[in-house]
Design a protein around this ligand. Structure first.
Ligand code: PTJ
Length: 248
């Protein structure tokens, strides 16, 4: 790490270095580096903290995971570079499977990312073998593991590029996304969108899962009652108010 801790943008630059290290190790696609830049800009506008409405979204997501019978977390290069440990942690507390599923797919990247997740403590990572097809779109992400995303009743798709969420919803799955862009297609199509930086959202989601583990079904069902469109409107409102206050 070449950035001094005293730098006013230390945290953001530290995260950026994780992404570049992920790129140099072959886990992150070059396009993923650009995607991160877009995320950084949106996080800046969001005030680099979790909006209240996103906390409610994370609670609804945690309750959804705990009510699911076969939840699966989909991991791409950016997610692995930033949050491998947090993915493993969430998979443990929510009893979710982990599948590597890539947009810029190659067997080599799958192997590298699976290795990262294993080193972070994952016992099982699906996605090396892809046997089942999600219909309705054409990118490489349509190829999934039968025992992973294909069979899941709930899928977490963080940092998504927008072409498969509708197809997953059409299959009757609940889709939870983490996306700093409340306007993205994925954000608008998912069942629950946590508008937040993944580095903050995953630990929060895991902590809610831990807290709610003792809740009964009725309590969880009440928390799951959640309107994603209202959530997204509130996020946009939060951004508008933050911008208005900046030069008030
Ligand atoms: O590893 P691969 O091959 O599967 O490719 C992954 C990328 C991210 C390159 C691919 O899915 C892609 O091109 O994604 P997009 O279309 O750039 O969408 C990613 C979304 O995630 C955008 O809405 C970004 O604003 C958002 N985003 C970027 N960084 C973060 C983020 N959201 C939350 N936390 C972040 N750190």
């Amino acid at each position: 790490m070449t950035v001094p801790k005293s730098h006013p943008r230390y945290e953001s630059l530290r995260i950026r270095e994780m992404l570049s290290a992920g790129f140099l190790s072959g886990a992150v696609a070059l396009e993923g580096v650009m995607a991160h830049g877009r995320g950084e800009a949106l996080d800046y506008i969001l005030g680099e903290e979790t909006p209240t409405t996103s906390k409610a979204a994370a609670r609804a997501a945690a309750a959804t995971l705990l009510l699911s019978s076969y939840p699966v977390i989909s991991v791409n290069g950016n997610v692995a570079a930033l949050c491998s440990r947090e993915i493993v942690n969430l998979s443990c507390v929510s009893s979710s499977k982990i599948e590597v599923n890539l947009f810029y797919d190659s067997m080599q990247r799958r192997r590298i990312i699976i290795g990262m997740l294993r080193r972070a403590g994952a016992r099982e990572v699906l996605g090396l073998e892809k046997t089942s097809v999600i219909e309705g779109f054409e990118s490489a992400r349509r190829m999934t593991s039968y025992d992973g995303i294909y069979k899941a009743d709930t899928v977490i798709v963080p940092l998504e590029d927008g072409d498969r969420t509708q197809s997953l919803v059409d299959m009757g799955k609940k889709v939870i996304t983490i996306d700093l862009n409340p306007l993205s297609r994925t954000a608008r199509t998912a069942s629950i969108t946590i508008v937040d930086n993944i580095v903050r959202a995953l630990p929060l989601l895991a902590s809610y899962c831990r807290e709610m583990k003792s809740y009964d079904t009725k309590q969880l069902e009440e928390i799951v009652e959640f309107d994603n469109m209202i959530n997204l409107k509130e996020c946009v409102q939060h951004i508008k108010e933050g911008l208005k206050d900046s030069y008030a």
